[in-house]
Design a protein around this ligand. Sequence first.
Ligand SMILES: Cc1ncc(COP(=O)(O)O)c(C=O)c1O
Length: 465
Amino acid sequence: MTATSARPVGAHRTLDNAAGLGQSASPRLVTELPGPKGRALIELSERYEPRSMSGQVPMVWKRGERVWLEDVDGNVFLDFTSGVLVVNAGHSHPRLVAAMRAQADQVVNTYDFVNEWRPRLAQRLVEITPPSLDKAVVLTTGAETTEAAIKLARKFTGRYEIISFHGAFHGRTYGAMSIGGKRSTPSTRGFGPFLPGVVFAPFPYCYRCPFGQTPDNCRLHGTEYLDWLVETETEDNVAAVIVETYQGAAGSIMAPDGWFPKLEAWCRKRDILLIIDEVQASFGRTGKLFGFEHYGITPNILCLGKGISSTLPVSAIVAESRIFDVLPAGSMGSTHGGNAMGARVAIENIDVIVEERLSENASAVGEAMLARLREIEARSECVGEVRGLGLVFGIEIVRSKASREPDAELTKRIVDEAYKRGLLLISPIGFYGNVLRLAPPLVVTEQEALTGVDLLAEAVEAATA
Ligand SMILES: Cc1ncc(COP(=O)(O)O)c(C=O)c1O
């Protein structure tokens, strides 16, 4: 892997026309929420759009700079969403805006003709990933990468079964839903039957272990259960295991130490491909450029998205060329995949993340945030567990620490109370809809991050009062 560093962490930038939004010190609320323009647009949305989105607070985005967002009524919010963990380089980063503007003047869509930027992006992705991953295909969405990864694994191995994990989220298209491990949620229920040949194993969700175990005495923690699963639920025709580096939608769940290396060794022993879905965990989010670096493991196929561009829909699979080489012409690619503007801005974004040392910033600011969040955990009966890695956090909201009973309604109230204070959080996530997810852009300073955590503490108090 190659990395360079030149610019200092958290360097301040101002857009020419942004009147210092990026230098805000705290949220600024100037109307009731939502304001009149916001209300009108929410009504328009309710009239003309289906209710298929995730039920966010009624904040109508107008513009953003670094970690600050302004709504259509001029209210300023501190962003703890990064969109949905997309905007790693911060909103409207001038270098990314310039790259998009420059390319808009040249050419945007080139279908799968080679353009000036797509092969350069593939090269850059190969350079920053482990040496065995030596080719990349550029696509547009995360779901497209997980779909493509399954196709690739099946074609390469000639086997068809896929092992995925309870709670997994890999996207909303059919193949991606089929390897998703939360079948009873409203977003999945009623859409079956799904792709056959997928079997699920428990992910080590130690706070809510379905077997009542703890990491130190749990045999699932190893790979015995996977052996059992292969014996009982497969034809021993497994092509691949697909796994997130931390489970995102299931509640920002991080596996205990040692679990991933065992999983990797198990795959190697059985000659099963390891697909790591880092659509969410990559490009500095966890405090390293890639989340799998925390565990010293290497995938055979790596799925990337979201933070790859911090802006436009860009995604990619990076894999071993011996695997890619089985693909015949026309079998993988898409209309907008690798378009010149997306590829160009992704290259610029990767340079920004490396040069501004945003992984390091995520790690340092993440530690400070975690410490402050743990103070809230210690004094709040409704905070069951705080989990964090770099700048992504999951906070379990419960009826009581002893019962660990999920409290989805309270979680929603906390998100609403945070909004009223100018802190933007994404709608609750998790198996039971009771997990708060915090994920500020990686350019956040420690002071901004702690301002947000203090606002969250107020929101928790107000919601429980
Ligand atoms: C781990 C993971 N994989 C895949 C996806 C799907 O990405 P997209 O919404 O871009 O299709 C997501 C989106 O949240 C994700 O978190």
